[in-house]
Design a protein around this ligand. Structure first.
Ligand code: PDD
Length: 281
């Protein structure tokens, strides 16, 4: 029977219930992480747990676990479910309380929940690339927080699905920010361009790995804003995340990107990413 982690207990999936007045459910008042498992090893776990702690701090949520404790809880869940390759979702909410926008006083117990998925890497799309579509970024101004409030992201992804694309690349006015659930890179004349880390994007863990791979390979990694036009005229486009890794975009708004196939810089980053996984799992 698949187990779900609910407040330090591993419970059978069908018994995994949360209270109707949990603030995560009522207000989206909580934070989350999604972490990958390769070959029985939790990939870049520390960076993910540290980001969870940061998100908690930014919304004034007192998390009662440190990185080691979170790591132990998640490891226990993964072992119980026998996950070899897959991922683990973990969320923490401010807890259950009568509905009132302001934080409950005195503060209440937070609720932590985690579940796992077993699946393989997306080899086919990594080799062939995906289609993306562009859409206005309608989200709030704190996209650096991995908040449970994902309505803007959900609507963007649904827009992509409607137009037969796998990802929606968002822009605020003319400036490209990030995907609905990924970071975005434009590659032009052998250099990588990606939105700087600030409140308009999530500081992706995969982005950090890509940056270190690019540095090792001597590929310029420019953390600069760029426009929609620049994106449309780039030689290669990548979107990255924990689940889609270093994913090539070969069609943007129905038009071929560059030569319409996976480009050389993308392939080189993918190779570096694979080596990084091998070394760190
Ligand atoms: N999403 N930007 C957004 C808006 C995201 O939702 C994600 C990841 C990323 C990439 O972050 P990372 O490389 O740390 O996964 C960027 C995860 C996969 C999700 O919501 O499931």
């Amino acid at each position: 029977m698949t187990k779900v982690l609910i407040n330090e207990q591993l419970v059978d999936e069908q018994d995994a219930k949360v209270p109707y007045n949990d603030r995560g459910y009522v207000f989206g008042d909580g934070i989350y992480e999604y972490i990958r498992v390769y070959d029985n090893s939790v990939f870049t776990a520390k960076a993910h747990f540290e980001r969870l702690l940061r998100s908690a701090k930014e919304i004034g949520l007192e998390l009662k676990y440190n990185v080691e404790e979170l790591s132990e809880l998640i490891q226990e869940l993964l072992s119980a479910n026998g996950v070899i390759n897959g991922g683990v979702y973990i969320q923490v909410t401010r807890g259950a309380a009568p509905r009132d926008h302001a934080f409950p006083t005195p503060s209440i117990e937070t609720n932590i929940m985690a579940f796992t998925k077993s699946y393989d890497r997306p080899y086919k799309s990594l080799e062939e690339g995906i289609n993306a579509i562009t859409t206005e970024d309608i989200r709030w101004m704190r996209c650096d927080i991995k908040s449970l409030n994902l309505l803007g992201n959900v609507l963007a992804k649904e827009y992509a699905v409607k137009y037969n694309a796998q990802e929606a690349i968002q822009h605020r006015g003319d400036i490209v920010t990030e995907g609905s659930s990924s970071n975005v890179y434009a590659i032009k004349d052998g250099e990588i361009y990606t939105h700087p880390v600030n409140n308009y994007i999530l500081n992706g863990i995969t982005r950090m790995v890509i940056k270190s791979v690019a540095d090792d390979k001597g590929i310029p990694f420019n953390e600069e804003t760029f426009t929609l036009d620049f994106l449309k005229n780039s030689d290669e486009i990548i979107v990255s995340s924990t689940s889609i890794e270093v994913m090539p975009v070969v069609k943007l708004n129905g038009e071929s990107v560059g030569e319409g196939k996976v480009g050389a810089i993308t392939k080189s980053l993918q190779e570096g990413f694979n080596n990084y996984i091998d070394k760190h799992s």
